[in-house]
Write a protein that binds this ligand. Sequence first.
Ligand code: PMP
Length: 364
Amino acid sequence: MNKTNNRVFNFSAGPSMLPLEVMEEIAAELTDYNGCGQSVMEMSHRSAEFEKIIGDAEKNLREIMNIPDNYKVIFVQGGGTLQFAMVPLNLLRKSKKADYIVTGAWAKKAVEEAKKFGDIKIVASSEAENFTFIPQITKEDFRTDADYVHITLNNTIYGTKFPYIPETGDIPLVADMSSCILSEEIDVTKFGLIYAGAQKNIGPAGVTIVIIREDLLGFTSNETPTYLDYKIHADNGSMYNTPPCFAVYAAGEIFKKIKETGGVRALEKINKEKAKKLYTYIDQSSLYSCPVTVKDRSLMNVVFITGDKDLDKKFTAESKAEGLINLSGHRSIGGMRASIYNAMPMEGVEKLVEFMKKFEAENK
Ligand code: PMP
């Protein structure tokens, strides 16, 4: 049986598609990793084999993201959601003030969590316009004594992304990159801290990547639970306690693959081509439209509507029957959303556009 034959194109916002070649390699060594007679799932995290797995994963991530030596890379659990709390618990270190830009539902959740720990100010929000654009911010908009500024670089639900990196001067910039990490080249030095759950562009759910500038470590209060202190993880090479071993291993295999296939630059090129194909079709269509301001459109999550809720439902049902699955918009906004992360091949986007054309012709 050709394993590729029965695979669907999965447009889920996450967990989402992973590169088939990598999953096949993982499957081939699932019960006997590298001739050591055991699965990574069964392996002690203190074994030499696993030390190498996590070490290589970090090394390859550093290489593909060009992460400078004065940043620590840590692998933790708890998803983006736990980062909403860990960021303020670790970074509210002087004035206990932080400024947030609210560009969607995840940014709002980050604000609500941070409010438990300090004086949080929303310096800009696009909520009044249903999060269809990214506010333009300048350095003067931030409180000069803010301990950090937080942004959500890509907004998974609303299909927007920052077309620029806000200038914050000396204030560390923190970015939730859960739904765009490794999709485009970024300059890590512009950020004090970057976090991302793995389940979109990196690997299976269960591991979260944190990249933190060293000078931001070591400011937690005595009441902070041990696990929530970045320094504990940084000082212990993400091995203070048992890490999510299998998820780290799978992520590491994906980092290796990215390195061998042209790096993030190559992914960025194809991601731009995939997104352009979809937006170009939507913009000329008389049935579909994309509510997002052109310059702020996401490369990863393409949101579109027909303007008729019943037709949207029909669209997702019929597309599913064609093997194009998970095209419904987030339950909070409806419509459609095609998440086209790194592992979605151009072929999937082409199939989607073909289907959209057929559906448009049949439902004029
Ligand atoms: N931030 C963003 C931008 C997200 O898209 C998500 C999840 N889709 C989260 C945070 C929450 O992540 P998790 O489910 O890993 O806690």
